[in-house]
Each structure stands twice: as structure tokens, then as C-alpha cells.
Design a protein around this ligand. Structure first.
Ligand code: Q9C
Ligand code: ZN
Length: 342
């Protein structure tokens, strides 16, 4: 299968994050994508293509236009204030406060357009976000033009980004953009299968009231795990979308057997939906050695995930999301893809 990759991701480097009461170097770092790319090469998965440059129209089909227009302004405004380091919000319009008024200055805007402090900006962040979007658009086009599958090696990831908010290392929801783009190209139904350890709260929010995108999510139970506040089993969609959002919250310590049972159930529901394309939000932070996660999948499990997805026998776009055990991230992510190819 073909991989789409851009070196521009690497400008999103040296970010900081808040963790257990301390500011520390970000876990979502450039080496992640470089190690996956090296594994794509050493496993001879297929050619690695540069993305085509796209305008932002497809991003604005799933995100609010004012949110997308805000993203490239962040770091220049931050610098104009005489600041350096990582631009990070520190206050949010939570319950009872005004979420409808966009503040006029940067710290207020950062809070308005985010749900946490987990999506920092440095100098190269916007270019990296844009390259990740170009990567997923190029991958989507490959599948539309007849490839059985393609791998969008996106960085930064996307599944925590909602219509009008960033967070959790995510800015543009690459998987959601691709799903909507397939529909706009004439597809009738798209399924998004999110196997990242964390609930894809942004993806769920974007498609919650819609029947033309089925969203299936396997993740750490939000009663005990980030991003909390969304991802419970009773969230099954609303209005026309009722029944088209399917959550599998799983406990800390989940191993292959229980995780795979949830995958089997998800694949059965996905097959019954009969989508034109499957978009896989491919996180490998389910790995036993992931530094911020609590599932116990082993490297040998990832090819089995790919093989199961292949048995759906549908055009498939793999979109890279999380995974922070950098030493094994290439083995695990590319393991899914080689398992798919059989
Ligand atoms: N820093 C993805 O895997 N970390 N995002 C919370 C406090 C946030 C994960 C712990 C993890 C975000 C795409
Ligand atoms: Zn994750």
C-alpha cells in the first residue's frame, strides 16, 4: 500500500505539556512520524508519496470556518505579544460561562477554541497541521481513485479536534475531513473505526447527529481516562444520527482478548452498515508499554487488527493518530498495515 508523508510535520517540535502538575516536554514529538516512516521503508510496505497541497475548503466542511481561520494566526500573534516557547490556553468557557462570545485577544481566543491545554503551538505548528491535512487529503484521493488502501502518515493527529475546538495534540480532524470528502465526492456512507486508546471525542462531536457517517470507538473508559466527559456506552447518536455512534469503553488493563471481542462487535456493526469506505483512526497507544495509556496490547496483536480490518473487504484509508512508545511505534503501526496486506 502507498504511504503519504510530509517532512513539514517536524516543525511542530519542542512543545510542552501539562502532566501531573508539571510542565514537561510533549509526548507527541517528531520522532514518532520519523520512526513510522523508517519502518514503512524497512518493511517495504510500498512507495512513500509527498502530499499534494490543498486549499482549506475540505477542512471547513467539518470545522467551523472561524476556527480554521484562527489556527494560522496563533503563533504570529503569540510572537507579537513578545512571547516565545509554546502557546497554550489556560482558561475555558465551561458550564455556566459564555461560550458564544469570541474574545478579542489571544489568550481568550485560545481558550474559546480548545477543550484543554494539550494542543500547544510553536513556530512550525501551523505548517505541520496544514501538512497533516494535505497528507490525509492525498491519501483519500488515492483510495477514491481505486487503491484498495492507503496510509496517511498524519502528524499532528486529529481525532480529538471537534468542529470548533482543538485539544489532546489535535487541531484539524484528519479522519473526519477525509470522511466528509468521500461523501462530497459521491459516497453514500462512510464508517470511521477509531482504535486509538483515547476516545475520539472530536470525531464523535462532528458526526453525532448524522446517519451518513458511522463512528465506532474502542477506548479507555472515560469514567477513568482522558478525555473524560465523552465516550460512554450510552452515547449512541442523536436525531437522524441515532444508532450511528457506537462506543466501546474498556477498563484499565484491557488485553487482546477483551479488546478483540470489542473489535469483532464493531466489525459486525460496520459490515451491516455497508459503508463505501472505512476510515481507520489508527492509534497504537493501546500498546502495553505506552507511557500515557493503560491497555496491554502486544506488538504481535497489531497485525491481527490489520487482518481483521482487511476481512471487511472495503476500501480503507488508514489515518495515523496516537502512540507514544516511540521505540516500538513503527513496529506496531506498520504491523497493522502489513497484517492488512496479508
Ligand atoms: N498531559 C492522542 O492520542 N494527555 N491524544 C493527558 C496530561 C492527553 C492523546 C495527560 C493525551 C492526548 C491523539
Ligand atoms: Zn490516543
Amino acid at each position: 500500500m502507498k504511504t503519504v508523508y510530509s517532512p513539514l510535520h517536524a516543525g511542530h517540535a519542542g512543545t510542552m505539556e501539562l502532566m501531573s502538575g508539571a510542565i514537561m516536554p510533549g509526548f507527541e514529538k517528531p520522532s514518532r512520524a520519523e520512526i513510522i516512516k523508517a519502518r514503512v521503508e524497512s518493511e517495504k510496505l510500498g512507495p512513500i508519496l509527498a502530499p499534494e497541497v490543498h486549499d482549506l475548503a475540505a477542512a471547513k466542511r467539518v470545522h467551523k470556518a472561524d476556527y480554521i481561520d484562527f489556527l494560522p494566526t496563533v503563533y504570529p500573534e503569540w510572537e507579537a505579544l513578545g512571547r516565545s516557547g509554546s502557546a497554550i490556553p489556560y482558561t475555558w468557557p465551561t458550564r455556566g460561562l459564555r461560550g458564544d462570545v469570541v474574545p478579542a485577544t489571544l489568550d481568550g481566543k485560545l481558550g474559546h477554541y480548545s477543550f484543554d491545554a494539550g494542543a500547544p503551538f510553536v513556530k512550525g505548528t501551523w505548517e505541520a497541521i496544514k501538512s497533516s491535512y494535505d497528507v490525509v487529503m492525498t491519501g483519500a484521493k488515492l483510495v477514491k481513485n481505486g487503491e484498495r488502501a492507503a496510509f496517511a502518515l498524519c502528524r499532528p493527529p486529529g481525532h480529538h479536534a471537534g468542529a470548533g475546538f482543538m485539544g489532546g495534540y489535535c487541531y484539524i480532524n484528519n479522519a473526519a475531513v477525509a470522511a466528509q470528502w468521500f461523501l462530497d465526492q459521491g459516497a453514500k456512507r462512510i464508517a470511521i473505526l477509531d482504535v486509538d486508546y483515547h476516545h475520539g471525542n472530536g470525531t464523535q462531536e462532528i458526526f453525532y447527529a448524522r446517519a451518513d457517517v458511522q463512528v465506532l470507538n474502542l477506548h479507555g473508559d472515560p469514567m477513568v481516562e482522558y478525555p473524560y466527559f465523552l465516550g460512554h456506552a450510552d452515547e449512541d447518536g442523536e436525531g437522524a444520527g441515532e444508532g450511528f455512534n457506537i462506543n466501546y469503553p474498556l477498563p484499565f488493563g484491557t488485553t487482546w482478548e477483551a479488546w478483540n471481542a470489542a473489535l469483532e462487535d464493531a466489525c459486525a456493526k460496520l459490515a451491516a452498515y455497508a459503508p463505501d469506505v472505512v476510515v481507520v483512526s489508527l492509534g497504537v497507544d493501546t500498546f502495553e508499554k505506552d507511557p500515557i495509556s493503560q491497555f496491554k496490547l502486544k506488538s504481535g496483536d497489531y497485525p491481527k487488527i490489520g487482518a481483521r480490518i482487511a476481512r471487511l473487504n472495503l476500501p480503507t484509508l488508514f489515518v495515523m493518530e496516537g502512540g507514544y512508545a516511540v521505540d516500538e511505534i513503527g513496529v506496531n503501526a506498520v504491523g497493522v498495515l502489513t497484517g492488512f496486506e496479508g
